[in-house]
Design a protein around this ligand. Structure first.
Ligand code: GCB
Ligand code: CA
Length: 875
């Protein structure tokens, strides 16, 4: 095998090799968690290790299961790769786009390099260690907590692994070096750009790893978007053996530039070549270049190429359902298209630098971006923490410097959220330490790149940030605001904006985050704060966007978040997930996404609730169930047809027209029209009824005004109603509400189910559930979870105001009597299933003599509860 591969490469090397080669080596790595003995040695036996492909993470499962925590520690990856004689006679680099969080790289048993920090790229020069033929690379990756490495804590899962691409880069001994903190070795800046002309400076990093003096020419050719040559420049260069030179070619002039803009993201291409004395090309790097200028004004906002542009967009995390952070390039690309199609023009790449294709896509699609390093929640008062943060900021800037889409470098997010002290004296000392890190970062960033703005994102504690001296340091203040979500009173949002602008009239202000968690499966026609419904999400975003748009001093805003993402300790409606995405972890658009699209993306007509496929409701007694349906559009009015009949024409408000649709059982065809725009949706509706004259399946959530679409089972759960003779419903009791906040249901993660929303609410003190069904045989499925808690739950880092330990359990026991006969006696949910664990008990009930179903809940100790009930007719 080894001989064959040598032969193969010997044959290849006969052909002319191009100046540089770069290709991924993602496939067939051997992987082992822990620290297997001698894993860096070529001779180590990895034959029993599972084979994985990178991008890879070892936390995809354990960060999304019922066990708290996930593996944070060392793991090893090993791979054999093959090099030709030509490759080995040149320079060989291994390039990593991202390993979380530290990586130690060994090649053929030799230590070749180390990189700390999970979000920036790095190249390791492995030339001294490689052979012709088979080589072995072993990488130890480690995602354990390191107090000197940001992030210390954050509301996202720190997935471990080689979670981005790995490439081999083969160059000549004299080459453009990738060794400057992972930069490409070509650095483009545009000191002067106007509509008439542009000037480009190019700095190149040229390394001579040969043993002879290199007499060279560095050449730059700039090609216009149409491919024609727009400018050319070059200079001679002499580099002594072992030296690295950094020639700068200044003032390359481009007349009548085609500007890079949001609607016309024109990209030039700069081809940088290193040419030997004999005219042969030694290396060549192509970089894209955008010509634009921009500025921020504290009152008027943002200007691009002289034109005012309100920045409106989202933040983004790099997660996908089932994969953690291990995404392919194409999956990253898709997200940026999702943002563009929504009409967004701004991406806050948060809370860390992301895959290189993300900014490439922003360049290509015309989206402006900010990028930040992950100093989140807190700092460590050590020099090592400061040094690591500054290095990370430099890496970020050098790696992404050339992108015209980047306008802001940011470096701290809510850094006062989790101070390690409570004592005021200690806190004051700590604030000084935070300020020191902030000043060091601000200085480093401005020195690295004076052409962009700097930004810090704060949470709603302006006084604390002012006290810590942090509000005046960055050029832009970014505020993360959650009034109406974590905090009460949604109108406080605009009040805080106005207050901040009045307090800092000379500072540029952005709303760097705002959002509400939405579980795609949850709906409510009585939406309220913290109910996770699609409808509350809409209420929230309509309000925020309106207030943001009204204020020219708000230079821009970014919704938290484009996509839902993993956050291991969260419970919420979907455990381990932050649900604030406008799209789900699977990128299914929520109604909020459709709303933004209608507001921002030009001609649109989109019927909402389009993913609610198990939709149901209670029969109104006339064979119908009238429910609201939103239609999203930029037009001023919309007409809706239902099953071929015109329903109504409605005026739009903030991009939404609301219709009351009298759904019937089965297919409901909705057609919306506005001018020439048309959209259609077919909804399969389950009309639920229980009366002596008729029955259809009944799925009812108790103590809840919500609807729940159980997609796995295809069941449509509907809200409770009080019992009236001839129908169905509960008797007695009250919905569970949280102490303090009064929010719906419990904050506990319910084990043993994917349907938290179904079990987190209940009717406490329920006396009866009745359904006046016709005679027959029925299955009754009681759904329970004990929501009172045994222990105080650990406060969640991010349930800002929402920390909620639940009500303390004081014992609960009851009898369940069905149509007069006792089904369960002295029944205790906690004894049967434990706390916060789903329990479904199915019972067969024979109904005769027109008695219907009558279930009595008789207290023995504490109050009886019921979370949900499903009644199904067998015959
Ligand atoms: C924030 C944080 C972000 C969280 C978000 C939330 O303010 O910056 O990392 O994910 O709130 O959803 O609570
Ligand atoms: Ca776990």
């Amino acid at each position: 095998m080894r001989f064959l591969s040598v032969l193969f490469f010997a044959l290849v090397s006969l052909a002319e090799l191009s100046a540089r080669e770069r290709y991924t080596i993602n496939e067939a790595w051997r992987f082992a968690q822990g620290s297997p003995y001698g894993a860096f040695l070529p001779a180590a036996d990895d034959s029993a290790w599972p084979t994985v492909d990178v991008p890879h993470t070892w936390n995809a499962q354990d960060a999304d299961d019922d066990e708290p925590g996930f593996y944070r520690g060392p793991a090893w990856y090993r791979k054999r790769f093959f090099l030709s004689g030509d490759a080995v006679s040149g320079q060989v680099y291994l390039c990593f786009e991202g390993v979380n969080q530290t990586a130690c790289v060994y090649v053929n048993g030799h230590f070749a390099g180390r990189h700390a920090g999970g979000y920036t790229r790095f190249a390791v020069d492995i030339t001294p260690f490689v052979f012709v033929g088979e080589n072995l690379v072993a990488v130890e990756a480690d995602n354990r907590h390191d107090p000197d490495m940001p992030p210390l804590s954050a509301d996202f899962t720190f997935f471990g692994g080689i979670y981005r691409d790995v490439s081999l880069l083969l160059t000549h001994k004299v080459h453009i070096a990738p060794t400057d903190m992972g930069s490409s070795g070509v650095c483009l800046s545009t000191p002067r750009v106007s509509a008439q002309s542009a000037e480009v400076d190019v700095r190149t990093l040229v390394a001579n790893r040969s043993d002879r003096t290199a007499r060279l020419r560095v050449e730059h050719r700039i090609f216009a978007p149409d491919g024609s040559e727009a400018a050319r420049a070059g200079c001679p260069l002499v580099v002594e053996p072992g030296q690295v030179a950094e020639p700068v070619c200044r003032g390359i002039r481009i007349a009548d530039p085609q500007l890079w803009d949001l609607d016309a993201p024109n990209l030039y291409r700069v081809l940088t070549r290193i040419v030997a004395e004999d005219g042969s090309e030694l290396d060549c790097v192509s970089s894209s270049l955008g010509l634009r200028w921009f500025s921020f004004d504290p009152d008027k906002g943002f200007f691009l190429n002289g034109r005012p542009r309100k920045l409106v967009g989202t933040c983004r995390h790099q997660d996908y359902e089932g994969r953690g952070w291990a995404l392919t390039d194409a999956m990253h690309e898709r997200d940026i298209r999702l943002l563009k199609r929504m009409g967004g023009n701004f991406l806050r790449i948060s809370h860390y630098p992301q895959d290189p294709v993300v900014l490439e896509m922003c360049d290509r699609l015309g989206i402006l971006a900010s990028v930040e390093i992950p100093v989140v929640n807190a700092v460590t008062e050590s020099d090592a923490f400061l040094d690591n943060s500054v290095r990370m900021a430099r890496e970020m800037i050098r790696q992404d410097f050339n992108h015209p889409s980047v306008i802001i470098w940011a470096y701290m997010n809510e850094v006062l959220l989790r101070p390690p002290y409570k004592d005021p004296a200690q806190l004051a000392v700590y604030y000084k330490a935070v300020e020191r890190v902030a000043r060091a970062l601000e200085e480093a960033v401005r020195a690295e790149d004076p052409s962009r703005y700097t930004m810090m994102a704060y949470h709603n504690a302006p006084d604390a940030y002012a006290a810590a001296g942090l509000t005046r340091i960055p050029m832009i203040q970014g505020w993360n605001l959650y009034q109406g979500w974590y905090e009460k009173d949604i109108t406080r949002f605009e009040k805080i904006l106005d207050r901040l602008h009045a307090e800092y009239p000379d500072k540029v202000l952005m709303v760097t985050e705002y959002g509400a968690d939405v579980d795609q499966r949850v709906h409510s026609f009585a939406p309220e704060q913290f109910d996770f419904s699609q409808e509350y999400g809409l209420v929230y975003h309509r309000h925020y966007l309106r207030e943001i748009m009204r204020r020219p001093f708000v230079a821009g805003s970014s919704v938290w978040n484009l996509n839902s993402f993993y956050s291991e300790p969260r419970a919420d409606a979907v455990p381990h997930v932050n649900l604030k995405g406008l799209t789900g972890l699977d990128r299914e658009p929520k109604d909020t996404y459709l709303f933004y699209k209608a507001r921002l993306a030009g001609p649109q007509l989109l019927i909402g609730n389009r993913c609610w496929l198990n939709r149901g409701g209670a029969d109104d007694g006339r064979g119908r169930c009238t429910q609201p349906v939103p239609v999203f559009t930029d037009r001023s009015s919309v007409t809706l047809f239902h099953n071929g009949r015109k329903l109504a024409t409605k005026q739009t408000e903030d991009g939404v027209a609301m219709f009351d649709v009298p759904f019937v059982d089965g297919e409901n065809r909705l057609v919306a029209t506005a001018g020439t725009l048309i959209d259609a949706l077919t909804v399969d509706f389950r009309l639920m009824k229980a009366s002596p004259r008729g029955f259809s399946e009944l799925c009812v959530m108790l103590g809840s005004p919500r609807y729940f679409d159980d997609r796995a089972a295809g069941t449509a759960w509907i809200p409770e109603q009080p019992y009236t003779p001839g129908s169905w419903g509960y008797v007695g009791g009250r919905p569970l509400r949280r102490e303090g906040t009064g929010w719906l249901g419990s904050a506990a993660d319910i084990k043993g189910t994917d349907c938290n929303a179904l079990f987190q609410t209940q009717r406490v003190g329920i006396e009866q559930f009745r359904a006046d069904v016709p005679d027959g045989t029925y299955s009754v499925y009681f759904h329970w979870a004990e929501l009172d808690t045994e222990d105080k739950r650990e406060a969640l880092a991010y349930n800002l105001g929402a920390d909620d330990a639940g009500t303390r359990y004081r014992g609960r026991r009851f009898d369940v009597v069905v149509n007069g006969s006792r089904l369960l006696q002295d029944f205790s949910i906690a004894e049967e299933a434990g706390f916060a664990r789903a329990l479904v008990r199915k019972a067969e009930v024979v109904v005769r003599d027109g008695q219907g179903i009558r279930i009595d809940f008789l207290p023995v100790e504490g109050e009886p509860v019921l979370n949900a009930i499903r009644i199904y007719r067998n015959h």
